[in-house]
Design a protein around this ligand. Structure first.
Ligand code: GRF
Length: 187
């Protein structure tokens, strides 16, 4: 692909989704290129993934929301970033910030949205004895995990599912779904 969309991935933790996005983005036909990684957590393991792939990263750990966003916007503009992927990013972005990116922000969530928005999705899925679970990639809007759904993957829960097994299963699906969603958006 001649011109890939300049993208920044926002993380707070392990960064396994980030790792898969970067690996997939190396394919010729993949529509985006990860040019920057932003973490709000200086101890995020995902920063080692940034280092491993030799991709520029910054930590912006200011608690003050507007200060945090101002710094991010400055860095994003500096690199001419046009698309944002949130991957395990644990901070809520303001409507103003979302608007300034013209809706070009997507996120991944470990449930079949609109069910189980917010934190502790696995725990709540198991508590409710759901037959199915899954993951969703969606646009980021000013409602937490409430933006338009792009793609979802659904699977059956095992009889003896635990939080640990459900997390492993979900992450495995997420790693495929995130890249499939990005491809589908730029078709
Ligand atoms: C994923 O389960 C994602 O759905 C949620 O946070 C987790 C991030 O995992 N938003 P990783 O940091 O990509 O490994």
């Amino acid at each position: 692909m001649e011109k890939k969309v300049k993208t920044c991935v926002f993380i707070s933790g392990k960064g396994t989704n980030l790792d898969h996005i970067i690996k997939n983005s190396r394919s010729y036909n993949f529509p985006i290129k990860v040019d920057l990684i932003i973490s709000n957590n200086s101890k995020a393991e995902g920063l080692n993934i940034a280092k491993k792939h030799n991709i520029p990263f910054i930590c912006v750990s200011y608690k003050d929301q507007s200060f945090f966003e101002r710094i991010c916007l400055f860095e994003l503009r500096k690199k001419n970033i046009k698309f944002l992927c949130l991957a395990g990013f644990m901070k809520v972005l303001s409507s103003k910030f979302i608007r300034s990116f013209n809706g070009k922000i997507i996120n991944i969530h470990p449930s079949l949205l609109p069910k189980y928005k917010g934190l502790n999705a696995y725990k709540r899925v198991l508590k409710n004895n759901e037959l199915y679970s899954g993951c969703s990639v969606h646009y980021v809007s000013n409602k937490i995990d409430g933006g338009k759904i792009i793609l979802q993957k659904k699977f059956i829960l095992d009889k003896y599912e635990t939080e640990k097994t459900l997390k492993l299963k979900t992450l495995k699906k997420e790693h495929l779904l995130y890249s499939q969603s990005i491809i589908s958006l730029f078709k």
